[in-house]
Design a binder for this molecule. Structure first.
Ligand SMILES: [Zn+2]
Length: 97
């Protein structure tokens, strides 16, 4: 029997129905999105031409990053509500005074 532990809270996940998988993929949009008409405007073409003519200006391309996490139901729910772990701001209200 395979035992899986939650990657967030470390709790043992004993039943497959309690086992959730989160997959995160990070990639640069420039490399993977199909070219749209907006990309073809003159400024952009000039920019691309500049990049091609001067290789020194090309920054290293970020590597494709994939990550997989095993989560328990509790952590899955928390992740779904706040996938980027942003601070909850509902309790903080700046006044104008
Ligand atoms: Zn968990």
């Amino acid at each position: 029997m395979i035992h899986v532990t939650c990657d967030l809270c470390g709790q043992m996940i004993e039943e497959p129905k309690n086992h959730y998988r989160v997959e995160i993929e990070i990639f640069a949009m420039e490399q993977n999105s199909p070219m749209v008409e907006e990309d073809l405007d003159q400024d952009n073409l000039e920019h691309i031409a500049m990049l091609i003519s001067d290789p020194d200006t090309i920054e290293p391309l970020p590597a494709l990053t994939k990550a997989k996490y095993d989560l328990c139901p509790k952590c899955t729910e928390r992740f779904q509500r706040n996938p980027l772990s942003r601070e909850a701001d509902s309790s903080v209200n700046f006044s104008n005074n």
